[in-house]
Design a protein around this ligand. Structure first.
Ligand code: DAH
Length: 356
């Protein structure tokens, strides 16, 4: 049975479809609209679709003619569709570009941006100077075994400096289990040497803890940067040259350094390093930075005690080394003329934003 309604002429039907198509296609105003028009023109329920479905029932002599017409209708209407689709896509694209455009010249709401804390900036800058000399930046635990904090650094239980640095113990009892908040970054010297073969060139920034009451020059929680160099033939002159380089990079090329004898259990000999005042260049009475002394106290240092090398498993006959420890807060205070450590922990935005 034919799918064409009775009395419907396939050729005329297709001609009408071809004739009507341009207006209908042009009338589609969106891509969705065009899809509806397409199914009304070429879909299975459309006149063209009905003719297509009826092909099987047509008389044999009609088939070629209707078939050719059907192809013509499909291809002409298909062509109209393709052209119109491209037009509508272009319109759509243009609309999207317009709707989604961002006006980069528009004044935006500016949220205040934070900065690194001055102490962190100072730590980064100091570490960078040593990285420039080939040092590696490494870390260690803040909850430290008493063994590393003291014993491995030539500070046995009977040593007086151990009592001065009694701090928060987290575990207490058998000597090998004693755990405390580390009082300096020096324990990382021992830890690093235990696990790494020489040569060693490391700097260790980190937080330290002591039972100090907060005042202008003390904080119970503060930072240190430890330095350690161990290699064949390291001499005291290497220590002085390295620290002079550091002082000149950090405080300016005119800086000079001097070493004053001192004592640390884990270095022998030990010294404190002073740098010439970068503000008055050496002794202007009443200088706001050095008070007229001409020198700023910078750090503790020395040649690594052979006991420390040996305890960590190194042979002090084969290698030697130097170490130093400095407080970035104090260095930052010296450089910026900051008069109290309290400023670093007060969280006063007026202070902090001066260093952005
Ligand atoms: N650990 C020492 C302190 O907290 C600082 C120090 C001094 C570290 C001399 C060193 C050093 O490595 O050689 O006071």
């Amino acid at each position: 049975m034919s799918n064409l309604p009775p009395g419907m002429d396939p050729i005329a039907t297709l001609d009408r479809a071809i004739a009507d198509a341009p207006d209908k296609v042009a009338g589609a105003s969106s891509l969705e609209d065009l899809e509806r028009v397409e199914s009304s023109l070429l879909g299975s329920e459309s006149p063209v679709g009905q003719v297509r479905r009826s092909m099987g029932q047509l008389d044999d002599d009609l088939k070629p003619k209707v078939g050719a017409k059907l192809n013509e209708a499909s291809s002409r209407i298909g062509h109209l569709m393709t052209t119109r689709r491209a037009e509508l896509e272009a319109v759509e694209e243009e609309r999207r570009l317009r709707d989604e455009a961002i006006d980069v010249t528009l004044e935006s709401v500016r949220l205040p941006s934070g900065t690194l804390h001055l102490v962190q900036q100072t730590i980064d800058e100091i570490c960078d100077i040593f990285v420039g000399l080939g040092y590696q930046v490494v870390g260690g635990p803040e909850a430290e075994l008493a063994y590393y904090n003291f014993d491995a650094l030539n500070t046995p239980a009977t040593h007086p400096s151990r009592w001065e640095q009694d701090t928060m113990y987290l575990d207490w009892g058998a000597p090998e289990d004693e755990l405390l908040l580390r009082t300096h970054t020096s324990p990382v010297q021992a830890r690093w040497m235990e696990n790494n073969e020489p040569p060693v060139y490391v700097v260790v920034p980190g937080r330290c803890y002591r039972k100090d009451t907060i005042d202008a020059t003390h904080l119970p929680v503060f930072y240190q940067i430890e330095g350690l160099a161990v290699d064949e033939n390291i001499q005291f002159s290497d220590l002085k040259g390295t620290l002079l380089h550091f002082a000149r990079e950090f405080f300016g090329p005119q800086s000079e350094v001097r070493l004053r004898p001192h004592f640390f259990p884990f270095t022998e000999p030990s010294a404190e390093l002073d740098v010439t005042c970068f503000n008055c260049d050496g002794g202007v009475p009443g200088c706001r930075v050095c008070g007229g002394a001409g020198w700023l106290e910078l750090l503790g240092c020395g040649m690594v005690d052979p006991f420390v090398l040996e305890t960590a498993g190194y042979d002090p006959e084969k290698v030697s080394g130097f170490a130093f420890g400095l407080g970035p807060e104090r260095v930052a205070m010296a450089r910026h003329g900051i008069d109290s450590l309290r400023h670093f922990i007060d969280n006063d935005i007026r202070f902090l934003s001066q260093f952005s």
